[in-house]
Write a protein that binds this ligand. Sequence first.
Ligand SMILES: C[S@@+](CC[C@H](N)C(=O)[O-])C[C@H]1O[C@@H](n2cnc3c(N)ncnc32)[C@H](O)[C@@H]1O
Length: 240
Amino acid sequence: MAELSHTFGNREVDPREREQLVRDVFRRVARRYDLMNDLMSFGIHRLWKRSLAWAVNPGPGQVLVDLAGGTGDVAQKLAAVDRQVIVVDPSFEMMDAGRDSRHHAIRWVAGTAERMPLPDASVDAVTIAFGIRNVTRIEDALEEILRVLKPGGRLLCLEFSKVIGPLRGPYALYNRWAIPAIGATVAGDKLAYRYLIESIRRFPDQDALSELFRAAGFTDVWYRNYSMGIAALHVGSRPA
Ligand SMILES: C[S@@+](CC[C@H](N)C(=O)[O-])C[C@H]1O[C@@H](n2cnc3c(N)ncnc32)[C@H](O)[C@@H]1O
């Protein structure tokens, strides 16, 4: 994990510099972010996110946080007038890019996974989609998520993961060559998409991430692969 925490692309950097570089990536790609997701995943990210929202299965009166919520794509799938959905993200540019087109009941809050401006034990479920690999101090983030969750509350984390089976080779080639090219053409930013791909390659696989959840104190930890492990949903609970 130390390796993951201190790299940006192929470079060794100190954690503060990494945070700054990651912020910069999302500032630059914000306006084209949703379009790029559709193009890069052929729209499949929508199915994964819908499955994440089903797994949350929110009830009336609940408080839900979509951490690293960006443009609010996941929050939109969770939002309803009988519950509170809060997007927490450090990037004003990402939140501004989504705010106007999303459900009016969503609250937008500036914060990071390591530090959320929310009271202890106040949240029924935290979702984080394609966000945790951007976090520099994952252990601190998991501790902070446990702090804001009510006892029995759940963390549901959707993230790129380790591909299994025959898709592995073609997927690696697609990531290496096609994604930076699409990033250059559509978002005008090849380097930002190089970072995104490199961060996927270096991120812990399904079992290693499950272990991090358990080590942080989550119970009932399980995961489910999507599209042969291109993405995985990890779930853990704050002990009741
Ligand atoms: C790949 S986007 C995902 C956005 C959204 N969850 C989605 O799936 O469409 C990653 C988001 O993580 C945010 N982010 C970066 N560092 C973060 C941190 N330390 N804590 C919380 N969010 C962070 C970025 O600003 C960006 O909005």
